[in-house]
Design a protein around this ligand. Sequence first.
Ligand code: PEP
Ligand code: MG
Length: 569
Amino acid sequence: MLKGIAASAGVAIAKVFKLETPVLHVTEERVEDVNAELARFNAALEKTLADIEGIKERAEKAGKLKPEELEIFDAHLMMANDPELKGQIETLIQDHDNAVHATDTVAKMMIQMFESMDNEYFKARAADIKDVTFRLRANLAGIEIPDLGLMKEDSIVVAEDLTPSDTAQLNSFAKGFVTEIGGRTSHSAIMARSLEIPAVVGTEGILKAAKAGDLIVLDALKGEVIVNPTEEEVALYQKKAADYIQYRNDLKVLKDAESITTDGHKVDIVGNIGTPKDADGVLANGGEGVGLYRTEFLYMNAQALPTEDEQFEAYKEVLEKMAPHPVVVRTLDIGGDKALPYLPLDPEMNPFLGYRAIRLCLDRKDIFRTQLRALLRASAYGKLRIMFPMIATLNEFRAGKQVYEEERAKLIAEGVKVADDIEVGMMVEIPASAVLADQFGKEADFFSIGTNDLIQYSMAADRGNQKVSYLYQPLNPSLLRLIKMAIDGAHKNGKWCGMCGEMAGDPISAPVLLGLGLDEFSMSATSILPARKMINSLSYAEMKEVAAKALEMSTMEEVKELVGKYLND
Ligand code: PEP
Ligand code: MG
């Protein structure tokens, strides 16, 4: 048995289809005939574009991918057409570099740049560049890339890694896949979840252990892979697969149900989104609104600061899609690990503690005002809520609110229609604001607890640093006390309190959060139905007792043990 990371839930048993990526050799040979090499490069680039068009067409015909997933090919076409990429490679060729080496050099540089950004959007761009430039180098070398479309019987694909275009080519014979490398947020993992096929990634040793045609068990609930299982194991996992299908079907029944405890206490389960398209996933999974729209992706996807009209269109799209449900839009949270290539910031020793989010917006009011105007204009199209990120002091909240009021008054004076029931709230993600929540609650309309940052700041442990990741302890009683302060601070002032950090979608945390009185749980779309099932199986009265006990415990381990017995299997 091999261990990997469960990237897309499910259980499958089938024969191995091994996808071996050809090895492409890169040498530093100098070319004399620069023009001939440029022509060769351009021909390979043309073929690459045609290949991608072909794969896109096939995927469209197969009809399994959603329109937004097909967009990956547009992203690839755009990348292959990118004058920057082409120009840089051509410059190297003009310096007598050979086309394969030049492509490899430029690709490595761009991949490294995007990968080092420690941000999902840019990491995905790195995967796109890898995919496109690999195809380009294969075409330059005259080597065919193996075709998953050739699969003719039920199989589990085993590969070093799957590129996004590999994943899109998986046909109905593909019952799942296992990769040697990759993580939960890699592109192929995200696609597997939307194709709803089981996947285990980062399974070290799988390429050595599995041969084409071997029988293989994929337990993508636990992240385990068994090569050549015994008969008993096959029977065991067949049952597990059937049980899981039953579980998913049971969940679908909950799509239009309320999120309500056995003793009638109602909460809202809503989705986190990064783009307007993500709202579709929230609706498909029965989300009761959007609890966090991370607007920074709108800025990161652009070449320059998005204009008021561009932003207006994006916000309007989300509000219209979600109406009559509420949408909490977070104002720009840039800085820290999120950079804008066109807005250079001075290097800082501690970017997470530096010039970011509301701090930057209050300094660059031009940027802030444009966003607030776009939001206010969009408010006429649905139920808008606005929240400010990284609020540490009440004066920051007041300053943000004042700019909001000024822009609101200007728009009304201009005769623009603006909703009159917009709530303006704040994220509680800095311990100072949690501790003083009873005061903030007098002025903010709501809170949303950002546990990703709240935990890193209260534990003093960088959220991106693997070495200190053991300090990511959502269930540590110290954290629970901060969360309680935030919730109580809101309730004392007649306000509501939500949570949009990862903790909100973590099943193990649900009983305690419910018991602490959290009103709104905001999470990734696919977590919504399992969370509803869980909430609907719990008693609020009982969870209040559990939460009270947890607050008096001394370690995370004790709390975990306490809540463990309330978890669905
Ligand atoms: C958080 O900090 O918990 C949060 C939701 O914001 P982000 O992850 O975007 O920093
Ligand atoms: Mg945050």
